[in-house]
Design a protein around this ligand. Structure first.
Ligand SMILES: Nc1ncnc2c1ncn2[C@@H]1O[C@H](COP(=O)(O)OP(=O)(O)OP(=O)(O)O)[C@@H](O)[C@H]1O
Length: 458
């Protein structure tokens, strides 16, 4: 039974598809089964064409049994499925680009350059390694060295100002230095969306696909931005699959792990998780001090008259703990002030000049404090907020408290779960997502959150 010129295979597959849709559900069907086409069924082997090898391997892992059962019921039993990639969405264009010998002969490098705008300071040389970022650093280094790394994508996640962008840009610098011909495309998820929307508007989707599918390394910063943006997510998913199928490396960053990003389609989440997921943790004292020393060395190279009294860097490293961007900003401010007045940077000058930063850093919110404030705000007992009762009047405040704990502290999900009566981390994720969802549609919740946040920060 062959597809070419044989209507019966198509008819058979149409029947099977209808049953499969019922069995696997519409969402999974649309994502995974709908792109398949039955090419032939012979000698107990059913051959299905798939748009990408990834899709084939995912279907083989997750839906093989269901497909074999449905074929059997439809009167065409098979014992084995074979998936053959049908070719990519734009195989000709992508291949031509990838093989073009002279970069100037096609439009891709210019477009990539335009998006790159790398910060020359964000190199590996200037990245200080500590316990909290050593795994992320090692993975980034491996990719930058250009050897096969065995994980794709590299997904870096962590709070703000912890060095994720720095590492990504360092990969780009290093790869360009090692191989100026390498097509390394670095952009934020927002830029990805803007370029996608512009291409749609200007009917230049082929150009868009050519640019993105011809790169050697694609790096997208703050990928959580595409959550809830359906068409952008869809396009990103296809770009991702096409690149992985070609063996091209992808590096992504986000402010949280793939499973914690709400409003991402399940197939996208599973794709993001399929490589190496590394958390970049808040910097400890030693790393903070190391970063300060490295920044001072750079500042001294530019201004040899810079003088810093003993103890100032230790003081800053101990007191400014929120993130490395704030720490770096504090040092820059201090250096600017000292150079203006032509003075040495002393502890007194640091205290005077950085009063606001120091006060903000002193203010650390604990999960327990959040729970107390939330219970107070909703007039319920702390025991009910934390306890097992599922009444709406307890459950909603509990979710609000979970959300605040996740967004206002650096505690991990399992840790927060433990502090909420030993709940599992998935319950915390559910609570956080629920509040994120409600925030946009329920002004009362939005007001409550605003009020609580202010109270906790004051
Ligand atoms: N380990 C490090 N060594 C030296 N500088 C660092 C390190 N980590 C962060 N920095 C500096 O801190 C600043 C903030 O880092 P970066 O922008 O990479 O953070 P991020 O994790 O991408 O944050 P966001 O999610 O807000 O974009 C940068 O100036 C960066 O150079």
């Amino acid at each position: 039974m062959h597809a070419d010129g044989d209507e019966s295979v198509d008819a058979l597959w149409t029947r099977c598809r209808a049953t499969l849709r019922e069995r696997v559900g519409t969402g999974s069907f649309q994502s995974w089964i709908s792109p398949l086409r039955l090419a032939s069924i012979e000698g107990g082997v059913a051959t299905l064409t798939v748009p990408t090898a990834f899709l084939g391997s995912y279907v083989a892992r997750n839906f093989q049994e269901a497909i074999l059962a449905v074929l059997d019921e439809a009167g065409a039993p098979a014992t084995r499925l074979i998936f053959t990639p049908q070719g990519r969405a734009i195989p000709q264009a992508a291949t031509a680009l990838a093989e073009a010998p002279a970069p100037a002969a096609h439009p891709e490098p210019a477009a990539a350059e335009e998006t790159m705008r790398l910060d020359p300071r964000l190199t590996f040389d200037r990245f200080v390694v500590g316990k909290s970022n050593e795994l992320a650093y090692a993975a980034a280094r491996r990719i930058a060295e250009g050897n096969a790394v065995g994980f794709n994508p590299l997904f870096l996640h962590g709070g703000v100002g912890l060095g994720k962008t720095h590492l990504m840009q360092a990969i780009a610098h290093e790869m360009r230095a090692r191989n100026p011909q390498a097509r390394v495309l670095y952009l934020s998820a927002e830029q990805f969306m803007i370029r996608f929307v512009t291409a749609l508007r200007d009917r230049k989707m082929m150009d868009f696909k050519q640019v993105f599918r011809a790169v050697d390394v694609l790096m997208v910063d703050d990928i959580q931005f595409i959550a809830g943006k359906d068409s952008t997510q869809e396009e990103f998913f296809h770009t991702f699959n096409a690149l992985v199928d070609q063996g091209k490396q992808i590096v992504l960053t986000a402010d949280r792990s793939p499973v914690e990003i709400a409003a991402l389609e399940e197939r996208v989440t599973s794709r993001l998780q399929s490589g190496l997921v590394v958390q970049v943790n808040p910097a400890d004292y030693e790393l903070r001090l190391g970063v300060l020393q490295s920044k001072v060395a750079v500042a001294r190279a530019a201004d040899p008259s810079l003088r810093i009294a003993e103890g100032v860097l230790d003081f800053l490293a101990a007191r400014v703990t929120s993130n490395l961007r704030v720490l770096e900003g504090a040092l820059t401010r201090l250096c600017a002030q000292a150079s203006l007045v032509g003075r040495e940077i002393t502890l007194d000058l640091a205290r005077d000049c950085l009063g606001d930063v120091l006060r903000a850093s002193d203010r650390k919110v604990s999960v327990e404090e959040i729970q107390r404030k939330v219970a107070e705000h909703y007039h319920i007992r702390l025991a009910d907020l934390i306890g097992p009762k599922r009444l709406r009047s307890f459950a909603r405040p509990r979710q609000v408290a979970m959300y605040l704990a996740k967004t206002m502290t650096s505690r991990s999900l399992p840790d927060i779960g433990r502090r909420f009566g030993g709940r599992d981390h998935t319950t915390i994720i559910h609570g956080v997502r629920k509040i994120e969802e409600l925030m946009g549609i329920d002004s009362q919740i939005a007001d409550d959150l605003d009020l609580l946040r202010r109270a906790l920060e004051s």
